[in-house]
Design a binder for this molecule. Structure first.
Ligand code: SF4
Length: 412
């Protein structure tokens, strides 16, 4: 099969994986004349697109889309009627280097269907990274998808060459994984995540204590995972509590949420329709609240609701449910309280804290502080602003803050 045709098949087969943002690794470049590539932003960007249009700037491919497993939600499952292809290790290396030199990409995201055995497949994936790093001195970003059942030594070797390793948890509920991907074992996935965490912790510790020699490198951009949303009955509360557990137990850098896309010849166990994309967006916002705004998963979605509202963002929804905590005087409130005000981002809060050290914040300062005024004003007190109690407590506040309905285009 021609290389171009393989690329067509194996890039298309990889598009369902959303977990490949390239943030958070160490900075490397080749301006010293040694090696090739860089992880600096803006260098060698290409655009891969997930089916919903998200832009991903990596060469994102599978080594092969043949697979022994039969995960019902996956287009590459053994029983799927799709064209199959397989790259050799040298072909992936050549493509990466050629694309890099042409400035199409800033790195490689490599995953694979499982062929022969998990160890064999993992060895092939690691060989690509080894060759890129050792023979071509490639210094660009490498993200390798890890096969949980593979031998520990292979996974450790993957970490030596990759910037980021990821293992997909796939579904928030273990019971759903058993039903949708019977060959996968969530306990094995978590065990491997646990081993990665140990290795990452050891490397971080060694870096702190190293006097002269650099400790061996291990996945400097950490580990991440992906959860499929909408393929099972898990509600947003369950999804967020699973994420919170994953962040806490395995120190993941990111949990990616990928709205389930209906695939050709899908099993009847799967829903016929994809969930609304805005659900994925709200989950990312909620995830952000857990990681940077001090929210706990179970505060974000009420137990009796189960789902995030789609029409307003989760922080605003939380504030509307907890009006008794507002209005907050932004000249005296703590950082933790300020982070909970709708319309305040983390930088805005930093600016507020810095500004109020020297002066009292007034209404006219809000624009400079980057406050989203229409969202924030009902919830805050300034030296020259106090919202009417009837506004904050009134039934009309939620409607006032909801985005106005928009007429969709007619296409003419
Ligand atoms: S193991 Fe991976 S590639 Fe194979 S069917 Fe399952 S999800 Fe798809």
């Amino acid at each position: 099969m021609e290389l171009l045709r393989k690329l067509e098949i194996l890039a298309d087969a990889a598009k369902y994986d959303a977990s490949c943002a390239s943030s958070g690794t160490e900075m490397r470049d080749s301006r010293d004349g040694k090696g090739l590539g860089s992880t600096s932003p803006g260098m060698g960007i290409c655009h891969s697109y997930a089916p919903d249009g998200r832009c991903i700037s990596l060469l994102k491919i599978l080594l092969t889309n043949a697979c022994n497993f039969d995960c019902l939600y996956c287009v590459n499952r053994a029983s799927s009627n799709v064209a199959r292809a397989r790259f050799t290790v040298d072909e992936v290396v050549k493509l990466t280097i050629d694309f890099y030199r042409r400035n199409y990409i800033e790195g490689l995201f490599l995953s694979s269907g499982i062929i022969r055995s998990p160890d064999y497949t993992m060895e092939q994936v690691v060989s690509v990274a080894r060759k890129l790093r050792e023979e071509y001195r490639f210094r660009g970003y490498i993200h390798l998808k890890t096969i949980p059942e593979a031998d520990e030594a292979l996974i450790a070797e993957a970490g030596k060459y990759a910037d980021r390793l990821s293992i997909n948890i796939e579904t928030p509920l273990e019971a759903s994984l058993t039903m949708l991907a019977p060959e996968k074992d969530q306990r094995a996935i978590r065990r491997t995540m646990g081993r990665l965490r140990l290795k990452l912790d050891e490397t971080a510790e060694a870096k702190k204590t190293a006097r002269r020699a650099r400790p061996p490198r291990f996945a400097p951009a950490g580990q991440s995972t992906q959860m499929i949303i909408g393929a099972d009955q898990a509600n947003d509360r369950i999804i967020l509590s699973t994420s919170s557990n994953l962040y806490g137990a395995y120190k993941l850098k990111r949990v990616y949420y990928s709205a389930f896309s209906p695939i050709p010849d899908a099993s009847r166990a799967l829903p016929l329709q994809a969930p609304p994309l805005v659900r994925e967006h709200r989950l990312y916002q909620a995830d952000w609240l857990m990681r940077f705004y001090g929210f706990e998963a179970d505060e974000i979605v009420e137990e009796n609701e189960g789902m995030l509202p789609l029409d307003i963002d989760p922080k605003l929804a939380w504030a509307l449910r907890h009006r008794d905590r507002f209005p907050l005087d932004i000249n005296t409130a703590s950082r933790e309280e300020l982070l909970r005000v709708p319309g305040f981002g983390t930088r805005t809060v930093q600016r507020i804290l810095a500004t109020r050290r020297t002066t009292t914040i007034r209404f006219a300062d809000l624009a400079r502080l980057n406050v989203i005024r229409n969202k924030a004003l009902p919830f805050i007190v300034l030296s020259d602003h106090r919202p009417q109690p009837s506004l904050l407590d009134g039934a009309g506040l939620a409607a006032r803050l909801r985005p106005k309905p928009q007429q969709l285009g007619f296409g003419f």
